[in-house]
Design a protein around this ligand. Structure first.
Ligand SMILES: *Cc1c(COP(=O)(O)O)cnc(C)c1O
Length: 367
């Protein structure tokens, strides 16, 4: 059996006829930039999440960057983020002129609030926690810390569409959240795409002007700006995919349940929290990231058996990248975890039989 880590064709072939119909419709209307399809998608996305506003932008990295700019984060401000994230989080902080300060994570691989608090200085202005692998961070503690030290929170929810903490979705906690529609993300487009979602009207207005050359809705230039628009065609495709997103999440949670049931007894591996393990969290399982003893040998064994796995971020937490000026050490959980972390196949193209095959091979390896 062959179980690739991700099947890029599947996101198209899964609903090919409908996608071709959408492309024909957009093409025949010549509706490519800032058209009604984008507006509809933005409305539906906001409604789905339960926020007042959503703005489509060019990609998830731009979304973080524009949100930080809109919040007035800039020169010499320090911004704390999780070292266990994509470099994009740090890049966005860097390119508003601020200083990215990486924090440690804990056993569910989310940012550790204690580590965050220990890194606060009189220059700290914001926290950008990553809602990683389809799970929310422990937002209560982060909000308490933010309040105590007068910081803002912008969530990097590139991997978190639909994730909830204590009944509230991403984007509702403080200044808003950023989402990525990179093809392999839970809601993937056929190229790059992203969004900023928020309940904060000021943030909404600013990001909206920033993404379209500093123009307001009447086309009047009211500020400096960029071109970071979500293509209307991508928006139309995403709007359709959003209509069955709940089913996709349900399927991901089912797969997580199978992994949980089949692998939980193995002492050599540490699983992410199960889909129904804690009422405070609703996880959407963008990824299924385990910690495994003899990780590299396991990875090789699975590969020899036709199973694709990935070590997230190519095995490099952000603080380990000394070429960018980071110290390279000092975050103990993250450093230990990176010797063991491994992502198993987690996507909606998988059959139960394939998931069980992966589980059986892992059991064979340790037995
Ligand atoms: C994918 C991702 C991004 C970047 O999104 P793009 O759309 O590729 O720019 C940022 N942060 C995290 C955590 C991601 O997983």
């Amino acid at each position: 059996m062959n179980v690739p880590f991700f099947n890029y064709q599947h996101i198209f072939t899964a609903n090919q006829d409908k996608f071709i119909e959408i492309i024909k419709d957009i093409g025949s209307r010549g509706a490519f930039i800032l058209q009604k399809d984008l507006e509809e998608f933005e409305k539906n996305l906001a409604k789905y999440i339960g926020v007042d506003y959503a703005i489509g932008v060019a990609n998830g990295t731009d979304a973080i960057w524009l949100a930080l700019l809109a919040a007035g984060i800039g020169k010499e401000d320090e911004v704390i983020f999780a070292s266990h994230t994509y470099i994009a989080t740090a890049n966005a902080i860097k390119f508003v002129g601020a200083i990215p300060v990486p924090a440690d994570c804990r056993s569910d691989h989310m940012i550790d609030p204690e580590s965050v608090e220990s890194l606060i200085t009189n220059k700290t202005k914001a926290i950008v926690p990553t809602q990683l692998n389809g799970r929310c961070c422990e937002m209560d503690s982060l909000l308490e810390i933010a309040k105590k030290h007068d910081l803002i929170i912008i969530e990097d929810a590139a991997q978190g569409l639909g994730a909830e903490y204590k009944g509230s979705g991403i984007g509702t906690f403080d200044k808003g959240a950023t989402i990525s529609f990179y093809p392999a993300k839970n809601l993937g487009s056929f190229g790059d795409g992203g969004a900023f979602v928020t309940n904060d009207k000021k943030m909404y207005n600013k990001v909206k002007v920033l993404r379209d050359h500093g123009r307001n809705e009447e086309g009047i230039f009211v500020d400096w700006g960029f071109n970071s628009r979500l293509d209307n065609l991508q928006a139309a495709i995403l709007n359709f995919k959003l209509s069955y997103y709940d089913d996709e999440v349900k399927r991901r949670r089912e797969i997580a349940g199978i992994y949980q049931k089949e692998l939980d007894h193995l002492k050599e591996i540490h699983l992410p929290p199960g889909p129904d393990s804690d009422q405070n969290y609703f996880d959407v399982f963008q990824n299924y990231e385990i910690e495994a003893e003899r990780r590299d040998l396991l990875k090789k064994y699975l590969s020899e058996n036709g199973i694709g796995t990935i070590i997230q971020w190519n095995g490099q937490p952000v603080h380990s990248i000394v070429a960018l000026g980071f110290k390279g050490s000092g975050l103990p959980y993250t450093e230990e975890m990176y010797k063991k972390c491994l992502m198993l196949p987690m996507n909606t193209s998988l059959s139960n039989q394939e998931v069980k095959y992966v589980c059986n091979k892992i059991k064979n390896f340790y037995e």
